[in-house]
Design a protein around this ligand. Structure first.
Ligand SMILES: C[S@@+](CC[C@H](N)C(=O)[O-])C[C@H]1O[C@@H](n2cnc3c(N)ncnc32)[C@H](O)[C@@H]1O
Length: 417
C-alpha cells in the first residue's frame, strides 16, 4: 500500500492524468525508439520507410505512432534503434506519491499476465525526484499492488531476464511509462559475436554506414576491421537480411501479441533474403588475432562467402578498385604513450590515403578529435556521434586526385597496434 508519510504537508492536488485503465491496442499507438545519439536522423528515415506516422526526433531517439503491429516491423527491420518502447501512459507528477498513483491507474493486466516476471528501468532528465532507485521500487510496488487487488497474485521480479520490462522516463514535470517490445536490446542480433579490441555495437555500426552514404552497389573496405562489425552489418544489408529475423522479442510476452501476424511478417522477411554470395565487401587488419575473431564472426553469421578478409597494414594497403567507400574506426589511444603513437600514425595514414585511395570516399569514426588536424586532410563532413557516453566524430574525406591537403609536420614512428 502507498505510504501516507508527508500527506499533511502536500499542497493542492497534482495535475495527474491517467490514461483509461485498460489499454486498447486496436487504434494508433505511441512508440519511442532510443538510439545512439547522433543517429536520430537516420533512424527517423528508417522508421518513416517502415510506415511510422508522426515521426519526431528528440535527443537520443525518435517518437512515432502507428498500429500495434508496427512494433513487430520496427523490431524486425530497424538496424539503428536500440529498442522499441510502447508508451502505455503519460502524465504529470510532482512527487513519488503522484507517480505511484499514476502507475497504479494503468491497466497493466490488459498488457501482460500476472505470471510474467517484470523489471522496472528508470531514467530521468531534470527530475525533482530524489532517488531513481526508490522511484523504481515504487513503480514496481504500484504495478504489483494493482495486480494483487485485482487477482490476489502479483508478478515476480526478475532483474536478469524478465519477461516484461517497464521503462519510466521522467522529465521535470511529466513521466512516460513504456513497455519494452524488444526485450534484449536490438544491437543483439541473435548471434553471439566474439569481441575484439573495442568492437562497435551493431546498431552504431549500421548507422555509421548509413551516414557514410554507403549503399550495396558500392565497394566497401574496412582496413582496420577488428571483429568485423561494419563488414557484417553491410553484408546483411546487401543480402536484405532483416536484423531481427534470428532472435526473440519482448512483444511475444505481451497480451496484444498476435502470433499468426508475426509469423507471416517473419516469413515474408526471410523470403526476401538473398542467398549468400561474394560481394565487394572487404576487411583487413594488421593483427592475425583480430582477423581470427572476425573470421569466427563471419562464420557464425553465415557470411564467410560474402566478405573477404586479409592481413595487412593500412599504411601499405592498395585499395581493391578505383572507387568505393572506406568505413573504419582506428584504434583508440587511452594511455599517454598510445596517444603519442596515434599522433605519429595519423599523418602516415593521411599520406597513404592520399597516395593510393583517390576515387574513394573515406569515413573515419573516432573519439580522437585531433584526427583531422593530424591526418592532414580537410574533412568534407564532420558528424558528431556518441559511442555510449563517449563523444565521437564521423569524419568524411573525399579522396580526389590532388585534393585539398595540408601537409602536416614531418614525423615518423611505429604503427600503433
Ligand atoms: C578500434 S578497433 C576496430 C574495431 C572494429 N570496428 C570492430 O567493431 O570490431 C581498431 C583495429 O585497428 C587495427 N589496427 C591497428 N593498427 C593497424 C594498422 N596499421 N593497419 C591495420 N589495422 C590496424 C587493430 O588491430 C584493431 O583491430
Amino acid at each position: 500500500m502507498p505510504s501516507d508519510r508527508g500527506a499533511s504537508r502536500r499542497p493542492s492536488p497534482a495535475p495527474v492524468r491517467t490514461l483509461p485503465a485498460l489499454i486498447d491496442t486496436a487504434g494508433p499507438q505511441q512508440f519511442f525508439c532510443p538510439c545512439p545519439r547522433g543517429l536520430e536522423p537516420v533512424l527517423l528515415d528508417e522508421l518513416n520507410a517502415l510506415g511510422a506516422a508522426s515521426c519526431a526526433a528528440t535527443d537520443g531517439g525518435v517518437a512515432f505512432s502507428g498500429p500495434f503491429e508496427l512494433c513487430y516491423a520496427a523490431n524486425l527491420h530497424s538496424r539503428i534503434a536500440s529498442r522499441v518502447l510502447w508508451r502505455v501512459a503519460h502524465g504529470a507528477y510532482r512527487d513519488e506519491r503522484d507517480v505511484y498513483e499514476l502507475v497504479r491507474g494503468v491497466g497493466w493486466e490488459s498488457c501482460f499476465e500476472v505470471h510474467r516476471t517484470i523489471r522496472v528501468n528508470v531514467s530521468a532528465t531534470a527530475s525533482p525526484l530524489k532517488s531513481l532507485d526508490f522511484i523504481a521500487l515504487r513503480i514496481k510496488d504500484a504495478v504489483c499492488d494493482r495486480f494483487r487487488d485485482l487477482t490476489g497474485a502479483r508478478p515476480s521480479i526478475d532483474t536478469a531476464a524478465p519477461d516484461v520490462r517497464i521503462h519510466a522516463y521522467f522529465d521535470a514535470s511529466t513521466v512516460s511509462l513504456y513497455l519494452d517490445t524488444s526485450g534484449e536490446p536490438l544491437f543483439k542480433r541473435g548471434l553471439r559475436m566474439a569481441g575484439g579490441e573495442a568492437p562497435l555495437r551493431e546498431n552504431l555500426a549500421a548507422g555509421i554506414l548509413r551516414l557514410a552514404g554507403w549503399s550495396p552497389e558500392r565497394a566497401l573496405l574496412d582496413p582496420m576491421c577488428g571483429a568485423g562489425t561494419f563488414l557484417i552489418e553491410a553484408a546483411e544489408m546487401a543480402l536484405r537480411r532483416a536484423p531481427g529475423s534470428r532472435r526473440r522479442f519482448g512483444f511475444e510476452k505481451l497480451r496484444a501479441f498476435e502470433s499468426a501476424r508475426w509469423s507471416a511478417m517473419l516469413a515474408q522477411a526471410r523470403a526476401e533474403e538473398l542467398p549468400e554470395q561474394p560481394l565487394e565487401i572487404r576487411g583487413s587488419d594488421l593483427y592475425g588475432a583480430a582477423l581470427g575473431i572476425a573470421r569466427a564472426n563471419l562464420e557464425k553469421a553465415a557470411l564467410s562467402q560474402t566478405i573477404s578478409l586479409k592481413q595487412a597494414n593500412v599504411l601499405e594497403l592498395t585499395p581493391p578498385g578505383t572507387s568505393g567507400t572506406v568505413v573504419t574506426n582506428p584504434p583508440y589511444g587511452v594511455r599517454l604513450g598510445e596517444q603519442d603513437e596515434l599522433a605519429r600514425f595519423y599523418p602516415r595514414l593521411g599520406d597513404a590515403l592520399k597516395q593510393r585511395f583517390s576515387g574513394w570516399n573515406v569515413c573515419i569514426f573516432t573519439a580522437d578529435l585531433r584526427l583531422p588536424k593530424l591526418i592532414g586532410l580537410r574533412p568534407k563532413r564532420r558528424i558528431p556521434l556518441f559511442n555510449g557516453a563517449l563523444e565521437c566524430r564521423l569524419y568524411e574525406f573525399e579522396m580526389v586526385a590532388g585534393s585539398a591537403r595540408r601537409r602536416p609536420p614531418e614525423e615518423s614512428g611505429p604503427t600503433p597496434g
